[in-house]
Design a protein around this ligand. Structure first.
Ligand SMILES: [Zn+2]
Length: 255
């Protein structure tokens, strides 16, 4: 009898990355994704693409050559999202805990929270880490993570994501074992009620950035691309599935 693989959830990412990096964690709600066992990676680049729902990704993938190629060489999984808004979703991705267990619903709370995440556990275990995200969110990591690069929220969509790319490339120069970057373009367009054409434009730009990052990371790195939640705003909100995000896992081969 063939056993169905268990569904993958976003809370499985923190334990998966911790395992790859050899970082110890407290007890978590998520469990390590065994599909990547034996990949032999020693570094992780996690690119969170805001609002990259699974249904949305499948609808756009024909026009996203870099993500398609990462998924083709690696894995494309339909991952259960655990929260419908950004801050609790990212907290779940980085803590491996369900929202009711990390209790973080906004960035103010995140700053005041005693809750630690993979980034801090990595630091405690002398595994260098870096985070590149919108400055308010980035501030919550100040003092706990080796390198924190914040990007101003006031930058326009395309410019914002280009700064995230630039910051991520800068962070790569310090050779972090764990690097987390958060792209916002798709979500911003959705919040403004943009149509599928505009969303595709934002997704294509991000796809280009991901291609650059895939080239820039050292061999044996694992690159993870995931949505934080499905589209949660705008006219396309209900068009695609509401519970799953795209999750791409890829390992960069030598040479
Ligand atoms: Zn979001």
């Amino acid at each position: 009898m063939t056993q169905m693989p268990r569904p993958v959830r976003l809370i499985d990412l923190a334990p998966t990355m911790a395992r790859v990096l050899g970082v110890r964690t407290p007890p978590l709600d998520g469990t390590s994704i065994d599909l990547v066992e034996g990949w032999g990676s020693d570094r992780v680049l996690l690119a969170i693409v805001d609002s990259l729902g699974y249904g949305l990704y499948r609808a756009l993938e024909a026009d996203l050559p870099n993500m398609r190629s990462l998924a083709g060489e690696g894995l494309l999984l339909k991952a259960e999202s655990v929260a419908s808004s950004t801050t609790p979703a990212i907290a779940s991705i980085l803590t491996g805990l369900n929202p009711e267990n990390h209790g973080i619903t906004n960035t103010t709370q995140a700053s005041e929270s005693e809750m630690r995440s993979l980034l801090e556990w990595a630091t405690s275990d002398d595994v260098s880490s870096a985070v590149v995200m919108e400055e308010e969110g980035a501030r919550t990591f100040d003092g706990f993570v080796d390198l924190v690069i914040g990007v101003s929220k006031s930058l326009k969509d395309g410019d914002f994501d280009r700064e995230i790319l630039a910051g991520t490339l800068l962070a790569l120069e310090t050779d972090p074992k764990l690097l987390v970057a958060h792209f916002l373009g798709i979500d911003r367009i959705a919040h403004r009620g943009g149509g599928i054409g505009e969303i595709l434009e934002a997704a294509s730009e991000i796809d280009g950035h991901l291609g650059i990052l895939a080239s820039a990371i050292p061999p044996r790195s694992m690159m993870i691309v995931c949505g934080d939640h499905p589209l949660h705003a705008g006219g396309l909100k209900a068009v695609f599935d509401g519970d799953y995000v795209a999750l791409i896992l890829w390992k960069k081969e030598e040479g």
